[in-house]
Design a protein around this ligand. Structure first.
Ligand code: ADP
Ligand code: GN1
Ligand code: MG
Length: 354
């Protein structure tokens, strides 16, 4: 049922629209509004447990939209609709809502089905990063402070190991040990994060393939969506999350870990797509950490899932007991598969850079 007050705030008449749940994200609640006249909107309730200052999301998006409208007016950048009062968000019964124009003729896929999709999606994220490379970063704030700060994620993991209930700790012993053996990934980040040759860029921070809209039929890239975490960050976040989510034939939900592999052709396609856009803007240190990007994101996601399991599943919604434990094990398996191919994948990167 369409909520009359909410849609009215955005100038729409509830009687003219049908509403249905939309998308498959973990964090916000997303709905599609379909009008009798064929108009469509995406209506979202922002999860304020995760995004404690939703107005920061709106501000970052507006800053980027204004900059792009001036510097790259032909670029399609999804910008929420203001309320009739001129507000970026509508606050109703303790919740924040926003309305986004639906991009006609678009679709998204939850999993990359062929290397071309990986190429197109990566190209879209690369394009946005390139077009925003000149923006004044000082105007932006973090929508989730320390979101991809691996140092803090690692210390949260260590805290969780200390404070977890005995039973969960014992059950996770081998998995904890396995993640601790990869702690050099966190050590590398510690050095990189203050390296002046590895500065902040405006990053998307959630580059799953379903956050790219593709043209229906041709699967060509149209634009990126889900801009909640558009904020200052490092190149390895966006590139790494693409590696994490595009190269493996199954997702983080897969429980048959024997199906977890790294597909070289997808890896190459996404590197090509991303670097064809941002390649010319990379610093030497960024170029030297392109393989590291995948390790960084898979490792961080793995310890985030395991931390949540140890903490009693307080962040990621679960569908069965041990769900977050399995997600963590899944990510460890993927990390091992990626590391085993380092040599050949570095050659792929070198080819894409030249
Ligand atoms: P979530 O937080 O649930 O991941 P998203 O903003 O990614 O929310 O939206 C969920 C899905 O809705 C996307 O994967 C995409 O398929 C679709 N979508 C989002 N925004 C638009 C839009 N403006 N036009 C068309 N489809 C959209
Ligand atoms: C969350 O909302 P969704 O599903 O796109 C999470 C990401 C994780 C992802 C793992 C704000 O993203 O960081 O990579 O789950 N977003 C937040 O599936 O924590
Ligand atoms: Mg999404």
């Amino acid at each position: 049922m369409v909520n009359i007050v909410i849609v009215k705030a955005f100038g729409l008449n509830a009687a003219d629209y049908e509403m249905q749940r939309f998308g498959s994200g973990h964090i916000n609640s997303t709905f599609l509004l379909s009008g009798k006249d064929g108009s469509k909107y995406v209506l979202q309730k922002i999860n304020t447990n995760v995004f404690k200052e939703p107005w920061v999301i709106a501000k970052n998006q507006r800053l980027a939209a204004d900059y792009l409208a001036t510097h790259s007016p032909e670029y399609l950048f999804i910008t929420p609709v203001r309320t009739v009062e001129g507000e970026e968000l509508f606050f109703f019964e303790d919740e924040y809502w926003r309305l986004i124009p639906f991009i006609e003729g678009s679709m998204s896929v939850d999993q990359a089905d062929n290397p071309k999709q990986a190429y197109e999606a990566a190209k879209e994220f690369g394009k946005m990063a390139r077009l925003l490379a000149g923006i004044d970063m000082r105007q932006f704030r973090a929508t989730i402070p320390d979101f991809h700060n691996l140092t803090l994620r690692y210390s949260a993991f260590q805290d969780a190991i200390r404070t977890a209930p005995e039973e969960r700790k014992r059950f996770s012993e081998a998995l904890i040990e396995a993640f601790l053996r990869f702690s050099d990934i966190a050590v590398t980040f510690e050095k990189l994060k203050t390296d002046p040759d590895f500065g902040d860029r405006l990053m998307h921070h959630d580059t799953k393939i379903n956050n790219v809209l593709l043209k229906k039929g041709s699967f060509e890239g149209l634009c990126v969506c889900d801009l909640d975490t558009l904020m200052p960050g490092k190149l390895i976040s966006d590139l790494g999350d693409m590696v994490r989510t595009y190269v493996c034939p199954v997702s983080e939900e897969e429980q048959d870990f024997s199906r977890i592999t790294v597909r070289n052709d997808y890896y190459e396609a996404l590197m090509k797509g991303y670097l064809s856009e941002v390649g010319s803007t990379l610093t030497q240190t960024e170029k030297e950490h392109l393989f590291y990007a995948g390790k960084f994101m898979i490792y961080m996601q793995g310890i985030r899932f395991l931390t949540d399991y140890l903490n009693g599943d307080v962040y990621y919604p679960i569908k069965y007991a041990g769900h977050n434990f399995n997600r963590a094990q899944n990510q460890l398996t993927l990390l091992e598969a990626l590391v085993a191919k380092e040599k050949e994948l570095q050659q792929v990167i070198d080819r894409c850079l030249n």
